[in-house]
Design a protein around this ligand. Structure first.
Ligand SMILES: Cc1cc2nc3c(=O)[nH]c(=O)nc-3n(C[C@H](O)[C@H](O)[C@H](O)COP(=O)(O)OP(=O)(O)OC[C@H]3O[C@@H](n4cnc5c(N)ncnc54)[C@H](O)[C@@H]3O)c2cc1C
Length: 383
């Protein structure tokens, strides 16, 4: 009996379509934006309009109506061209889109999810706070009930795309308990025009000036009570479920970045000559390439496997954590070796591999650091 791990025909077709889109609509713009250091809103909008912010959501809500495996493939291909755009697509498709799709009211899916899937809105998730990072359940932002409204007070950091977002999902304490049981999710359309929301600063980060990482303050922001997503006090559980999907997305980002770093290295090693021969003919280089290719394939299989299991309706907390940890550690290792293979050129900003190395580091930190993901895996080993 032969065993094959190839993608089904339908998924290969989708993969080719996303690849072609990225080659035509994304790659021609990367260098200019990275040089300028500006957020590429026009390119992000094009990706969103192509449906890549809502791949696995129903066509009823302007999604593509595909599955989680297609979501993973989409994020991987976008990341291979430009990780910045894959991160934005993954947030829309998982951390923000998932709780609304799974637990939100029908009107929230009609009004909010539709705008996210169609690309009308760029969304953001505000969970992390100065005193609540890995221990996210200890967050201090409060949303106190006042008649038909909640009044939101607090501070958030590292909200990706926070200052340009058309829609924020904010995790806040609504009083049901001191621990994770007291957290709810609130949706805030058009945050930029709302009284009491201050975009304090953009946090300069290793990814460079194209990335938008925001610090936010909420001072007595009035939110209609109906904007709570799902049940009050269950928001932390919703975030954790959304993170299962987000971690598949981050794993796919890792695979895409690693593949891009490998592709650049393979080509460079073929054309760069020293001692009268292409450097790929030195075993010290060819073994690096062999290890890179092997590790990327292992990461891809873990990522696809987690997505396919989710498509069968199962919870994938362990599998998503494994895929995220492996694929982002591999992305970091592969990108570091890619810089080494490129020698001094790899260290310059004139070749893409230094960017791959910088963005890979971020992926080991967000959506749960890889230490926290190892904790998630370890905690389930004896269940
Ligand atoms: C590029 C980027 C984008 C991000 N985007 C968003 C976003 O859109 N929305 C959002 O809400 N947040 C976002 N974050 C925040 C991110 O989720 C947090 O940075 C992350 O959860 C870690 O929190 P922290 O930075 O406070 O680190 P800390 O929790 O302070 O951790 C510091 C170190 O201690 C380790 N550590 C902590 N606890 C344990 C433990 N129990 N066992 C072992 N080691 C431990 C960590 O692994 C880390 O190495 C983003 C972060 C980055 C870098």
């Amino acid at each position: 009996m032969s065993v094959t791990f190839e993608l089904p025909e339908s998924h290969r077709t989708h993969q080719e379509a996303v690849r072609q889109f990225c080659e035509e609509e994304v790659e021609p713009h990367v260098d200019a934006y990275e040089k300028e250091g500006t957020f590429p809103i026009e390119v992000v909008n094009r990706v969103a309009e192509a449906g890549f912010h809502g791949v696995q959501y129903s066509t009823d809500y302007d999604g593509l109506g595909l599955d989680y495996l297609s979501y993973a493939i989409t994020i991987e291909e976008i990341s291979r061209s430009w990780k910045l755009l894959a991160g934005t697509a993954s947030i829309a498709g998982s951390l923000v889109g998932y709780p609304i799709n799974e637990f939100g009211a029908e009107w929230q899916r009609e009004e909010w999810l539709k705008k996210i899937c169609s690309g009308t809105w760029i969304p953001a998730l505000a969970l992390t706070e100065p005193n609540a990072g890995s221990d996210a359940a200890s967050l201090e932002t409060t949303a106190n009930r006042d008649g038909d409204e909640y009044v939101l007070d607090g501070q958030k950091v590292w909200t990706t795309n926070g200052s340009i977002a058309d829609f924020l999902v904010v995790a806040a304490r609504t009083g049901e308990g001191e621990d994770h049981n007291g957290v709810s999710l609130l949706g805030i359309p058009n945050p930029q025009s709302r009284d009491g929301i201050t975009f304090v600063r953009e946090i300069p980060c290793m990814e460079g000036d194209t990335a938008i990482e925001t610090e936010l303050r909420f001072d007595r922001v009035h939110i209609p009570a109906e904007n709570v997503i799902g049940d009050r006090g269950r928001g932390f559980r919703y975030v954790m479920e959304g993170l299962d999907i987000g971690r598949i997305g981050t794993a796919a980002q890792g695979v895409g970045v690693a593949q891009a770093a490998f592709d650049a290295s393979r080509q460079f090693a073929d054309t760069r000559e020293q001692f009268g021969q292409p450097i790929r003919e030195f075993q010290g280089i060819s073994f690096k390439l062999a290890d890179m290719a092997t590790e990327i394939e292992a990461s891809r299989l873990l990522t696809y496997s987690a997505a396919a299991k989710r498509d069968r309706g199962a919870r994938v907390t362990t599998e998503a954590a494994m895929a995220k940890t492996k694929a982002t550690d591999v992305a970091m290792d592969v990108a570091t070796e890619a810089v080494q293979i490129h020698g001094s050129r790899g260290y310059s900003k004139e070749y893409p591999v230094e960017r791959h190395m910088r963005v890979a580091k971020g992926m080991q930190i967000y959506e749960g650091t890889n230490e926290i993901n190892r904790l998630v895996i370890a905690n389930r080993l004896y269940e």
